[in-house]
Structures are given as C-alpha cells and as structure tokens.
Design a protein around this ligand. Structure first.
Ligand SMILES: *Cc1c(COP(=O)(O)O)cnc(C)c1O
Length: 432
C-alpha cells in the first residue's frame, strides 16, 4: 500500500517512508491510497471476536502488503494490552472508556502502536531517530511512556509552559533516559509550529533523522480506528442508528472514527464536540475553515486553534465539504457548561473528565434533536488526570489510580526554550 500527501495526491510513498517522515515534505498529511472495506459478514462477526482479533483483522486489511502476519500480531499485541470498556451512563448513552492504558488517556493506543511500528521498520537502520512531539498535555505523556527505553529512538517533547496540568507534566518531564522535555515560553500552537518548521528545514534534515509522533503521523493516527470497531461490536443497538461523539482538538481521534466508517463500519453519524476552540464546529455550520489562536480552557488537551488533521477529514469524505457537513455535526461548549455536565452526570454514578464532558454534551445535543439513535461518547482521559477541575466541580476528592499517583513522585527535569525557531534549531543542531 502506498500513502499519498493531501497536498499532492500524485506524491506517493511507502509505509516506511510515511511513518519515518511523519509529515510529507510538501506539508501535507499522508493518507492510504486505498481504503479497504470489510464485508457485511466480517462486520457481523466482530461481536464474537476479541479486541485483539478485531485488531488483527483491521490492521491486516490495511498493512498486510507491507508487514508479515507475525509483525501484525506483534504490533497489535503490543498495542492492545488493556481494555476499552463501554459503560452505560443513561438510556442509550454509553461512555467508551479509553483511559485504561499506562498514561490514562486514549493516546496510549496510538503511541504504543507508533513506537512498535517504528522499531519494526527501523531494524536495519543504524541512524538514530529523533521523534519531535508538540503536546498540549496527553500526547507528551503517551508518547514519552510509549517510547521510553526504545533503542535507537530519542524523543524530544515540546510543551507550553504553565499550560498543562501538573499530573500531565509529571508524566513526561520526569522519565529521563531517551526522553527530553522542552518547556516552551508560548502556547501549544507555538510548539506545533516549531516542530513543523524543523521537519521542513533542509539543514536540520541533512544532519538528523527527524520524525513525528503527533497524530499527523499515520502510525499514531490509524490504530485509533480499532476501538470504534470494538465499541460498535459490543454496543446494544436494538435496531437503532449509531452516533459517536468525539471530544476533539487536533481531530485525529474523530478522523480515525471516520476511517472506520469508510472501511464499512455502519456508524451513521459523528459529533465533533469541542471547547471554545471551535474552528471546526464553525466550519461545519457553513463557515470557512479559519485557524485561530488557541484559547486556554479546562479541557486543555483540546486547546487547539489550528487542528492539524482537518485536511485528512476532508480527504476521507472525498474532499466533498457538503458530505462532510452532512455526516459530522459540530457542537462547542465553554468551561461553565463543561463543569455543569460533570456535576449533572455524577448522580448517575459516573465521573466525567472535562474532555469526556464535552463529548457527552455534544452527544446529548445531537440526540435531543434526532430521535432513534443509540450514542457513544469517547471518554478520552481518566478524571484523575484533571483532578483540580473535577474535584472543584464535585466538591470532593478523587481517588487516583496507583499508576497515576506514582508519576507524582518523580523529579521534573526540563530545558527552557523560547518560541523563536532559531533557538530551537540551535538546540537540535547541537544534539550529540
Ligand atoms: C488529545 C486529547 C483529545 C483530542 O484528541 P484529538 O485527536 O487531538 O482530537 C481529547 N481528549 C483528551 C483527553 C486528549 O488527550
């Protein structure tokens, strides 16, 4: 299978090149040249398959030309080591809990897959790979922990100073080994811009093998489709249509859901739910796509003013904006509404995190106006990761899972960095 750049569909590369490059040299995002579809029988048989078996089937249909059966098993086996349970919250409303991995956010799926795939593709190379990651919080922790100790790979994480939660920060600034954290005096979009500039800088690329583990990388992005197949197969549908609501920032996660839909999974509708960084909901209402500076919110992992996966979403709908607007509905919520949702769902015996709360609100808004659906919202992080917000909303202390509490013990170690490109470039050029 070849992968094309969204900037130039004639520009095709191999799986290996797409993964190692991350971003296409023309600044486009890589996309599979063909989207394989599962048969009706295969879709029906998902309900009797395990999560891992679903993984072999779906990843096999995408990667079987490029990887051996053994490699596909190894890749999926390494990725799906924890469950993604569906938990009923109300009648016809389910939470898809994606936070049962090592860093308690859905990004563990993509990060684990990505590190494994890179190490499989790099076995014959003796050049050190530098993974550059811009993070608004959870990407940093998932990628750092996914790549920790992986030989031949060095991870450099850029995060906005003072704009990620303490727990998030601890998960990627305390690890040492092959993980370096740069504390950037700016916002998330500044971090993302620095990373993008580094990938496009000829001098740096001459000297270093740079790659990305952001959701722009297909190795991070594609595996996220797996839990949509799994959740669909476990969802009690009772003849109703299915809607998934995805709390979104860079729009990789919802894009992976749309990929699953294009592969034949009968998801009728998507909800793109955001905080006040609402560039995509505005687009879906009929406005132009217009990137804006990011605004800080209580759902900080979605504070993205220029969602980098947008061209991918359009490509998945054949660059047909009308079809995109028909299949995906956008809703956005401010901090006050988010906190209220956490409070209002608590009596059902369920604790939302601020991101899941935005997904829940979007789902409810859609279902209120559209009867006949069963709905799933993606609960993208454990509420304990956003402890301050959730505890203040509920007026009670949360019990942190042990693996989360353990991160708090570590000592923070960062390199301060301005948001200008020259300083960052100088740092990279001087790497040993
Ligand atoms: C990254 C993140 C999101 C946004 O996901 P995208 O794929 O960037 O849209 C939502 N919730 C949490 C908890 C996250 O960490």
């Amino acid at each position: 299978m070849k992968y094309y750049s969204t900037q130039n569909p004639d520009q095709k590369v191999s799986l290996s090149e797409a993964v190692i490059k991350g971003l296409a040299p023309d600044n486009g995002l890589y996309m599979p040249e063909r989207i394989p579809t599962l048969s009706q029988d295969q879709i029906e048989s998902l309900s009797s398959m395990s999560f891992q078996e679903i993984g072999y089937l779906v990843i096999g249909s995408l990667f079987s030309e490029d990887l051996t059966d053994g490699q596909i098993k190894e890749l999926v086996g390494h990725t799906l080591t924890f469950d993604a349970p569906l938990v009923q919250v109300e009648d016809d409303v389910y939470s898809l809990e994606l936070f049962h991995g090592p860093t308690l956010a859905f990004k563990d799926f993509g990060a684990r897959f990505c590190s494994k795939l890179m190490s499989l593709l790099l076995t014959d190379s003796d050049q050190k790979v530098r993974v550059l990651v811009a993070t608004s919080g959870d990407t940093g922790s998932a990628v750092a922990n996914g790549f920790l100790g992986v030989e031949g790979v060095e991870v450099i994480i850029l995060f906005p100073k003072g704009k990620v939660s303490l727990l998030q920060e601890k998960q990627f600034t305390t690890l040492g080994q092959n993980i370096t954290a740069l504390e950037v005096d700016g916002v998330f979009d500044d971090c993302q811009t620095l990373v993008k500039k580094a990938f496009l800088d000829p001098e740096l690329n001459e000297k270093l093998l740079l790659t990305s583990a952001n959701s722009i990388n297909i190795a991070r992005w594609i595996p996220q489709c797996l839990y949509y197949f799994y959740a669909y197969s476990r969802l009690p549908k009772n003849g109703k249509k299915v809607v998934f609501s995805v709390p979104s920032g860079n729009f990789g996660n919802i894009g992976a859901g749309i990929l699953a839909q294009r592969m034949g999974l009968p998801i009728d509708q998507f909800v793109a739910a955001t905080n006040v960084n609402k560039v995509v909901p505005d687009y879906l209402k009929g406005e132009e796509f217009l990137a804006k500076p990011s605004i800080q919110t209580v759902s900080n992992s979605m504070d993205v003013g220029n969602p980098s996966n947008f061209p991918r979403l359009l490509a998945l709908y054949g660059n047909d904006g009308a079809l995109f607007r028909e299949k995906v509905k956008g809703y956005f919520y401010d901090d006050q509404e988010t906190v209220k949702a956490i409070q209002s769902v608590k009596p059902n015996g369920y604790t939302l995190d601020p991101h899941g709360a935005v997904g829940y609100l979007g789902l409810k808004a859609f279902m209120d106006g559209n009867p006949g659906y069963v709905g799933v919202f993606l609960e993208t992080a454990h509420p304990g990761k956003f402890r301050d917000v959730v505890e203040e909303a509920l007026g009670e202390e949360l019990v942190l899972p042990e693996r989360l509490a353990a991160f708090l013990e570590g000592e923070k170690d960062v390199i301060p960095m301005g948001k200008g490109f020259e300083e960052f470039k100088g740092f990279l050029k001087n790497l040993p």
